[in-house]
Design a protein around this ligand. Sequence first.
Ligand code: BGP
Length: 463
Amino acid sequence: MTHTFPKNFLWGASISAHQTEGAYQADGKGLSVQDTRPRDNHDITDFTVAVDHYHRYKEDIRLLSELGLNIFRFSIAWTRIFPNGRGEINQAGIDHYNDIINECLKYNIQPYITLNHFDLPQALEDEGGWSVRSTVDAFKEYAQLLFETYGDRVKNWLTINEPNIMLLVDQKILGKSIPVQEKYQQFHHLMMAEKYAFKLCHELVSEGKIGPVPNISLVYPASSKPLDNQAALYFNSVRNWAYLDFSCFGRYNAVFKDYLNQKNVTIEFAEDDEKMMKSHFPDFVAMNFYTTVTVEKPTKKDGMSDGISDQQSEDIMEWGFYKGYTNPNLQKNEFNWTIDPDGLKTTLQTLYDRYHLPIIITENGLGARDELTADGKIHDAYRINYLEQHLTKCAEAIEAGVELIGYSPWSAIDLVSVHEGISKRYGFIYVDRDEQNEKELARYKKDSFYWYQQLIETNEMPS
Ligand code: BGP
């Protein structure tokens, strides 16, 4: 038996600007928080060169065309457009992404562009970043310029990558921990910025479509104990539904509101926020999925803790609400991330049942220490196995009625992990460099490249 995907199913692959481009100060680019974040581990590379996609994008996009993609998800570096976050426009940056977009269209690959992917301009961070309202205004100006400049050719847009992960694991993504009151005022500003992007895209891009792009993982209770179930309810709300209810329903999720109340967090609204929240909505939901999370209700003996240390590890701890629990039913990869393809199907069905919007998966993949053989091969059967397992569940979700319109796994090409270097590889295309030496940055097609190429060509997968 085989699983056949819908005939207009979107097959893509994803990257972000700061994790691939390098050229971190080239052609007028300003510094972002990813360029300035404190580096606590000098054994792994930074983003200054990455895989030099900035200069090698023609070769890379030609390879993606050979792979057979019909979409390519990538982000625009805000600091190439506005080096200081607002005001002065850098024409070289405008021209660069013009060239990228035209190169994609040359091969009939539709760009899916993420407006911002973790790389806030440092100049805005210096003014308070997402904690202050003026950053929302700067984002509006930035989004408007992109829609006006590229909207004639780019019809599919994603707002801000994984605001939930950026806030939940701020230390790993941003290199700093944000106090809880400030963290959730940032939540409000990020979500309001997204609402303006919805509004501007629908006003400025003819036939434009736009969606949020959170990282969504269903949260399981550690046992059938009622309090473990309550713990899962709270983390599902804080991690997942707080973000998508704001995007799709224009409201604060009720359980999340209780969480904020119990944390003595007061959100400051601007005058038009209530109206804006309830006036502009997405056309689809983009979601990133890697793992599922299991939590239990903490007990007094667990001791006080107020920080959530790492959404990927099991030691999530939010005193009084939930505590990470190692799920004995799930395998883990070599980076300690759970592998749960059934969890993907359940997450898709839950998400579709809740929001009734088309869904596109814009990240899903396996980070692994791939090895380049002497004859230039990369035998990543483990990645093919991971992707097959997850795509089987995507096919089952579609057969169960979920309107899943596309799959754009992480990542098109090897790139620098958010916090674990280049050795943690995700790409269909291997880049020959290591943590300390860039070498020639030569590109090699992995076994998974040929597997994915075949899948796209046939649009079906043996079950
Ligand atoms: C997601 C981010 C991606 C990428 C991915 C893999 O949260 O959107 O940018 O980083 O995680 O995670 P990591 O790089 O930590 O392996």
